[in-house]
Design a protein around this ligand. Structure first.
Ligand code: MN
Length: 286
């Protein structure tokens, strides 16, 4: 199932080039009093939600092209990120001073560099666009496979990891180049784009063999396959969950391949991941 969020918070099922409004199914979600849960309530109740969606009477569909797509996960508790998880991207960071800024920590392989977090306030959907800050510095795109966690897990072994996945989406890890900590440079509002929808895990048997690519204004910049991940999806879940509990709705963006390059206000990004789809994202000045 391909689940999207759009407009003012509607829930949709993507069917071909159309989106069917299934917002009525959200009534299966529990109501809460403060304090609210710190995980994503929709993802935590995904099985019940899907069952309700399948019971709904036929609803109106509208063309996907006519809706403004939001992040398919509204309230992730955390956005976990793999910094250098493709060998050729590590090579280009080591080779280009503009990317590494002479900081050895930015040139370390993932086993040394570990993981980092993007602020959840940086999260948007493709229809909301990217608002660039620090325009005197280089802002780069990074296209990544995004994994949405479906079940609470701590110390999850690789063999159980895929069973913890709710689904997959495309992630853009927008980055201001510079010397500061990654979490600062990668966390301005709109610097995490998730979309165009959530493809539930049952539709993707092997996340370790998916083409991914990105173009800017029609010009291809990155083109690789998740088989080149240094730590694949099961390894990342094992690694992340050895440091912190993973909760439903947590997002892991798995790292970007080689070809990162600058973006500027006015650009249009088109990102693709096999078995997920394509999302177009406009870039503006903040
Ligand atoms: Mn990244």
């Amino acid at each position: 199932m391909r689940l999207c969020r759009y407009g003012d918070g509607a829930l949709g099922v993507v069917e071909g080039t159309m989106v069917r409004d299934v917002s009525a199914a959200l009534d299966v979600l529990p109501a809460f009093r403060y304090p609210l849960p710190s995980h994503d309530v929709m993802i935590a109740n995904l099985d019940a939600l899907r069952a309700r969606i399948n019971e709904l009477p036929a609803a109106r569909s509208v063309p996907l092209a006519s809706v403004r797509l939001l992040s398919p996960v509204a309230n992730p508790g955390k956005i976990v990120c793999a910094p250098v998880n493709y060998q050729k991207h590590l090579d280009e960071v080591r080779d280009q001073a503009e990317l590494n800024r002479g900081n050895q920590a930015h040139m370390a392989p993932i086993h040394t560099a570990g993981l980092f977090l993007k602020a959840t306030s940086s999260l948007v959907g493709p229809g909301e666009g990217i608002a660039l800050r620090k325009l005197d510095r280089r802002n780069d795109h990074e296209v990544e496979l995004a994994v949405v966690i479906g079940k609470t897990g701590v110390n999850v072994p690789q063999s159980d990891a895929i069973a913890c996945v709710a689904g997959y989406a495309i992630g853009l890890d927008i980055t201001i180049r510079g010397t500061e900590e990654r979490s600062l440079r990668k966390s301005p509002d709109s610097y995490a784009v998730l979309g165009p929808w959530l493809v539930t895990a049952d539709e993707i048997a092997n996340p370790g063999n998916l083409d991914l690519r990105i173009s800017v204004n029609g010009e291809e910049r990155q083109n690789s396959n998740t088989r080149y991940l240094i730590l694949g999806v099961p390894e990342l879940i094992e690694y992340a969950s050895s440091f912190y509990t993973l909760y439903p709705g947590d997002v892991i963006i798995t790292g970007t391949p080689e070809g990162v390059s600058p973006i500027q206000p006015g650009d249009v990004i088109s990102a693709y991941v096999e078995q997920i789809g394509t999302m177009d994202v406009k870039v503006r000045a903040a």
